[in-house]
Design a protein around this ligand. Structure first.
Ligand code: ZN
Length: 482
């Protein structure tokens, strides 16, 4: 019996790994084994520790990996899988491969830094902490990647093929439509990965990449994300509020500091800021993009114009490459970054990390938070326990580089810029399915979010919906066994 086993992102939102075994003889040995996504567990220690455990099957018995997109919680365990002996190919769209080319080495670098920090703190020479993988191992793992264009069907084994359909979550993101069996006798599986917002520039403004997941799908088994299963995004257009926050800060002579995720959110915001300036909704302030990874990602975005929305395409037609826009400065070196500290007239600083857990944003926050003229603006989710969460919740001070920095700047948050569909948007997409699946398994959600979405889908669509459990194996009937 063929099966799917949930090796991550079950009961949590990180560590996405779903194993398909096409075995037709009950032993599990003879089957083709493919991993959909190979993500890193992040967040609480209880989950992060699972990054160090072996998979239930040896890495060298996995034949292939198919990636949905380049977020670390979907691709960040690849260098470890390769280190454990995986020898197969890793399939991804060309933009996903380009993004992994910057994200995975950066992750390896951070793993090495963490291990070094721990060793320094522990000062024990007996059991030195090791990195999960090194920068060099991350770079080596990139050799396994094979590009797959969206829509092209790829036959990986006599009884297994797949093609990518659009997920509209970030640049290059796709769902995996897999077929088990042969010719007309197939079982269709759809792995959604993360699902992007609907096509609506008021409800989900500033989308740089294709909006709206591919409609009219049909599948026998759906494995679907549920990150926002119990939350609904605000439906009003956030741009007027954004414009008034920035304009008010400029009028009082302050600077706007925006912690932003380096991939997708920063690029989206560069386009939004340009739009607001050109339409006269905000003054023409200098914009500093201060994140080397975000700048490399801008270059990757520019290379993949096949991914753009019409809105983005027309902005580039009209104003040229964002890297050349007057007034926009891209601070690649740390010298460039330091120069921003000397700018004391109104400006806008976009920097990462998005939750202020590290990176160059810390310098800007340390400098700008004590002054009430300034504005710190959050445009993304802030997980409990992060500095971003502390600042957003209006504490009086926050610890940065060992010092307590007073929070006197204005703090604001806009919640509309998520790249995950919420339940009304998910239902809107699910209603376009051509037929009802036998079963849908919910993954990639906190338990409350998944069970809330389960009830919503059962009630609204009448589907058979299960919440996947960590390490659970679910059988899929192999079409050739009946
Ligand atoms: Zn994602």
């Amino acid at each position: 019996m063929a099966y799917i086993q949930f090796l991550g992102a079950a009961g949590t939102v990180t560590g996405s790994k779903h194993l398909i075994n096409t075995s037709n003889d009950g032993s599990g040995k003879s089957g083709f084994q493919v991993l959909i996504d190979c993500g890193l567990f992040q967040g609480p220690k209880e989950w992060r520790e699972r990054n160090w455990r072996n998979l239930p099957i040896p890495a060298n018995e996995i034949d292939a990996v198919i990636l949905t997109h380049a977020h670390l919680d979907h691709c960040g365990w690849i260098p470890r899988l390769v280190k454990e002996g995986f020898q197969g190919a890793i399939y991804a769209t060309p933009p996903t491969i380009d993004l992994c080319g910057i994200i995975l080495p950066d992750s390896g670098h951070l793993q090495e830094e963490d291990a070094a920090f721990y060793n320094k703190k522990k000062k024990s020479k007996h059991e030195p902490a090791l990195p999960l993988y090194t920068l060099q191992e991350a770079e080596q793992s990139l050799q396994h990647f094979k590009p797959v264009p969206v829509g092209e069907r790829i036959q990986l084994a006599p009884d297994f093929s797949f093609r990518y359909v659009r997920a509209a979550h970030i640049l290059g993101s796709c769902m995996v439509e897999a077929s088990l069996g042969a010719a007309t006798n197939t079982q269709r599986l759809l792995f959604t990965g993360d699902i992007g917002r609907v096509l609506d520039h008021k409800v989900a403004p500033g989308k740089v990449v294709h909006s709206g997941p591919t409609e009219g799908e049909s599948a026998d088994v759906v494995v679907m994300e549920s990150t926002y299963g119990n939350r609904v995004h605000p439906k009003e257009d956030p741009l007027p509020e954004l414009a008034s926050l920035i304009s008010a800060t400029a009028r009082r002579g302050g600077t706007v500091v925006i912690p932003a995720f380096a991939i997708e959110r920063t690029q989206k915001f560069i386009f939004i800021l340009k739009h607001l300036m050109e339409s006269g909704q905000i003054p023409r302030l200098p914009v500093f993009c201060d994140s080397p990874m975000a700048i490399k990602a801008v270059e990757i975005f520019l290379k993949h114009d096949e991914e753009y929305t019409e809105e983005t395409r027309s902005m580039i037609r009209r104003y040229g490459s964002p890297l050349q826009w007057p007034g926009f400065t891209f601070a690649l070196t740390s010298e460039d970054s330091k120069k921003i500290n000397a700018v004391l007239t109104p400006s806008i600083i976009l920097s990462s990390s998005g939750m202020a857990t590290g990176g160059r944003i810390l310098h800007h926050l340390a400098q700008r938070l004590p002054d009430p003229k300034n504005l710190v603006l959050f445009i993304g989710f802030q997980a409990p326990g992060t500095r971003g969460f502390v600042i957003k919740n209006k504490s009086s001070e926050v610890k940065i580089f060992g010092d307590f920095v007073p929070i006197r700047a204005q703090v604001a948050a806009l919640e509309q810029f998520s790249d995950h569909a919420d339940p009304p948007e998910l239902l809107q997409w699910l209603r376009t399915f051509r037929s009802r699946p036998q079963v849908a398994y919910l993954v990639h959600g906190e338990p409350d979010a998944s069970s809330h979405l389960q009830e919503t889908m059962k009630g609204e669509l009448g589907w058979n919906v299960e919440v996947a459990e960590y390490l659970e194996k679910v059988e899929i009937s192999h079409p050739l066994s009946s």
